[in-house]
Design a protein. Structure first.
Length: 144
């Protein structure tokens, strides 16, 4: 998946010190784009774009395709943990959890990792590492 993010066209002038005049020599075009692909193809993608004239790679970033589901899973686990801690805190007191009064959820998106490259070589090794998803919940339970 390739998506253009920016195209710019700039005039290029030369300056004659003797006459003090600028002369239009031509134009310089730049294009910025994002390329999405599987991690196992990252080295091949970098080598291909480099071989096809890309002379600057500002960064590569890693993300997951199922981040919404991962966030939901993290929230479910955080809620189970909150309930287990609430149950443990009233164990032996004679009280029981009755209901939930309020819930506040903070779920972070997967934290991408970035790497910078000045250029690419054939079969460039790219290691993805680990991406974490976190959820914090604040739950107020009622008890009786």
């Amino acid at each position: 998946d390739i998506q253009t993010t920016n195209i710019s066209l700039y005039p290029v002038y030369s300056y004659d010190k003797d006459t003090g005049k600028q002369t239009l020599e031509g134009y310089r075009a730049t294009e910025s784009f994002n390329v999405k692909g599987a991690i196992n193809n990252a080295g091949k993608i970098l080598s291909t774009v480099s071989a096809n004239g890309v002379n600057e790679i500002n960064r590569i970033s890693f993300d997951v395709s199922n981040k919404d589901q991962l966030k939901l899973d993290a929230i479910k686990l955080a809620m189970k943990d909150a309930r287990a801690k609430a149950d443990a805190s009233i164990d032996g007191t004679g009280y029981n959890i009755n209901s939930i009064k309020t819930i506040s959820i903070e779920a972070s998106s997967p934290v991408p990792m970035y790497k910078s490259f000045a250029g690419a070589t054939e079969n460039l090794p790219v290691e993805g590492g680990t991406i974490s998803v976190q959820a914090n919940v604040s739950v107020v339970f009622t008890f009786e």
